[in-house]
Design a protein around this ligand. Structure first.
Ligand SMILES: Nc1nc2c(ncn2[C@@H]2O[C@H](COP(=O)(O)OP(=O)(O)O)[C@@H](O)[C@H]2O)c(=O)[nH]1
Ligand SMILES: [Mg+2]
Length: 251
């Protein structure tokens, strides 16, 4: 990760877009990656424990410091796009625009989809502005509770990404909440039959192969990092970077 640079020299960095419902653990995942890489718990992307309807819907790029003056060559954006009612959450059309790189950093999403006249609309995105990997984020314990409308939206976003050739990965977060065995010992996450069932169920709902769906626990209450939590996070991150790198090289 430290030395990763996109081989394609038209791209200076790899952009990973996390999408999922409010409270799924998107901001926590960004913080968790930073925690793993810096070896200490980081809390830069604001998380929301109360998960009400107050959330920022700003399109923001998160960079992770690497050394005293550099940054890692992958960045994250997160978008809240999977609410069941149409006036909550970011419009599917806006997510498609973000995938193509049309949404400028700092743009505030609102209930009406973005139009070409908006100030935050980028008419001529470069390869750096585009999304290179799409990641769906859902708490492991919520898979069986997903409502049809949410699933429909997720599939729609996924299909749009597929049409653009953008690779996709999913992460099932909060395995500690969903499974008592995983809570007791996080090394049990991939041994749990219950969690495996959630992966298979999600795979069927979304049409994403099970080997693109990762189980993990974010750093949320810990004050120190732990190898076993790091391992799950790194496993997911490494695959995101591999797939994104393939996409950049196949262009
Ligand atoms: N127990 C546990 N809590 C988590 C995990 N991931 C996130 N959380 C908590 O869930 C809440 C919502 O997370 P947040 O990252 O703000 O979700 P976002 O809306 O998708 O950005 C916060 O209180 C987090 O601390 C996890 O893996 N395990
Ligand atoms: Mg968030």
């Amino acid at each position: 990760m430290k030395w990763y640079k996109p081989r394609n020299n038209e791209a200076s960095r790899l952009r990973i877009l996390l999408h999922g419902p409010v409270g799924a653990g998107k901001s926590s995942f960004i913080n968790s990656v930073e925690s793993v890489l810096r070896g200490r718990v980081a809390v830069r992307a604001p998380t929301d424990a109360t998960s009400g309807s107050s959330f920022t819907k700003q399109y923001k790029t998160y960079k992770i410091p690497n050394g005293p003056d550099g940054f890692y060559s992958f960045v994250f954006n997160d978008i809240m796009g999977l609410e069941q009612t149409d006036n909550r959450g970011v419009h599917v059309e806006d997510i498609k625009l973000a995938l193509r790189g049309h949404v400028k950093d700092g743009y505030q999403f609102n209930p009406n989809p973005m139009t070409e006249g908006d100030r935050g609309y980028n008419p001529s995105p470069t390869l750096d502005d585009r999304v290179h990997v799409l990641v769906s984020v859902i708490p492991a314990g919520s898979v069986s509770l997903l409502n049809d409308k949410v699933v429909k939206k997720m599939r729609e976003v996924r299909l749009a990404a597929s049409d653009m050739g953008i690779p996709q990965v999913a992460i099932l977060t909060k395995v500690d909440v969903a499974c008592a065995e995983a809570k007791k010992n996080i090394n049990n996450a991939y041994k749990s039959k219950y969690l495996k069932k959630q992966v298979d169920m999600f795979s069927e709902l979304l049409g994403l192969p099970p080997n693109c769906i990762f189980l993990l626990k974010n750093y949320e209450s810990e004050t120190n990092t732990h190898n076993s939590i790091d391992a799950l996070i790194l496993c997911a991150l490494r695959q995101m970077i591999n797939y994104g790198e393939d996409f950049l090289n196949d262009l």
